[in-house]
Design a binder for this molecule. Structure first.
Ligand code: AMP
Length: 211
């Protein structure tokens, strides 16, 4: 099963991605994670990506599409994959159609008012990528799942978040219509309810597809 996970920054894609890929044995491919790993390792792609990510803008399509196209040729993708954060605009979606066959798009809709606070208060585990919100951490600085150190992403600050949400509205949201026209979108509502509640709904739909 090959899936796309769609939703605004802060909609809870990362948490759902981990749960979905665990349940269905899919490779989780997050373009944001790929860029962050490149930045950490000081690669050429990392240096280029950083200048865009810090401003909340999209990394150029050509670079991003090449990375995904190559990643999907790896052997592990044969068991199925979940694309998280890709495609981000109509150009990338059209490119993806040329080199991949997608079974379903899981779209998480969310009230935009929740997102600024969610993103600016987000803390992420350096080791396993689990997300938390400062308001529920009670001062903890390590991950309750694996013990890793928690950090705040450089792009989770009010100014960058504002651009990321604008980019989502202008460039990514049109993908909802694109995949609705293709007839393979599954729509869900993300909210303040625990991630497990949303995941139960997602799994109910995907179980039918996986059969
Ligand atoms: P994310 O971790 O998905 O929130 O992505 C963090 C940042 O990486 C985004 O704000 C973009 O700057 C960049 N990025 C991630 N995925 C893409 C993509 N598909 N196309 C262009 N830029 C991307």
């Amino acid at each position: 099963m090959n899936l796309i996970l769609l939703g605004a920054p802060g909609a809870g894609k990362g948490t759902q991605a981990t749960k979905i890929s665990d349940r269905y044995g899919l490779v989780h491919i997050s373009t944001g994670d790929i860029f962050r790993a490149n930045i950490k390792n000081g690669t050429k792609i990392g240096m280029l990506a950083k200048s865009y990510i810090d401003k909340g803008e999209l990394v150029p399509d050509e670079v991003t599409c090449d990375i995904v196209k190559d990643r999907l040729t790896w052997d592990d993708c044969k068991k199925g994959y979940l694309l998280d954060g890709f495609p981000r605009n109509l150009f990338q979606a059209a490119e993806l159609d040329k080199f991949a066959k997608i079974d379903a798009v899981v779209n998480i809709n969310i009230d935009f008012k929740l997102l600024m606070d969610r993103l600016c208060g987000r803390r992420v585990c350096k080791d396993c990528g689990e997300s938390y919100h400062v308001s529920t951490l009670n001062g903890a600085t390590t991950c309750s799942r694996c013990g890793g150190e928690l950090y705040q992403r450089r792009d989770d600050n009010p100014e960058t978040v504002k651009s990321r949400l604008e980019v989502y509205n202008e460039q990514t949201a049109p993908l909802i219509n694109y995949y609705t026209m293709q007839g393979n979108i599954l729509n869900f509502t993300g909210s303040e309810a625990p991630a497990e509640v949303l995941f139960a709904q997602v799994a109910e739909s995907l179980d039918k597809l996986a059969r």
